[in-house]
Design a protein around this ligand. Sequence first.
Ligand code: TYD
Length: 210
Amino acid sequence: MTKGLFISFEGGDGSGKSTQFRLFAEYLRNRGFDVVTTREPGGTRISEKIRGILLDPECTEMGSLTEALLFAASRAQHVDELIRPSVEAGKIVLCDRFVDSSIVYQGFGRGLGEQVASINSYAVRGLYPDVTFLLDVSPELGRRRNGKTGKNDRLENQSMEYHSMVAEGYRKLAAAEPERFIVIDASADIEKVSSDIIRAFEARYPKLEP
Ligand code: TYD
């Protein structure tokens, strides 16, 4: 492979994204690809420090704009230091969340709107994923599954309206960019969702070799 690939995973709480992310990375490595797995916010030393501030339950006074800019700052460092060089070196970069998370959570969720896309465009300077897997679950199922994990950081909010906003936001983004998004029905069991992801990937890149 000369130029690598950049693949992001997106989905709301309770979509099973982290498990599927891990299984897909395992599948690619078993096929012999050179894979870099990373996450947002985070992925580099500085970006992980910014993550600490973003998720800190004590940062109750953080404003929405600060939040959006910190996500973008963390992303700028991540792109420069890790993602772009890895893709240019021919690797497959798998990223757990990317710009779409900011559009949904800060743009729609915090009501910051379109400017979130602009600040992120500035942060990533043209580097967008080749493919984005959206793990789509109904807000009801997402909330039920999430309730079981008992996670709770500054950004999590258990209300039904919030889960609906996230699911709807992602569906809108996927509809606007069907050539980038692969929407996966994440309501099925783990094995079925995993094989759907792999099948969709192989259909998109039938000739890809390590
Ligand atoms: P994390 O514990 O990594 O959650 P998940 O397993 O759901 O990915 O926390 C990331 C949180 O940050 C999650 O609630 C979504 C939120 N987030 C944003 O609001 N904007 C962003 O740009 C990103 C990358 C994440």
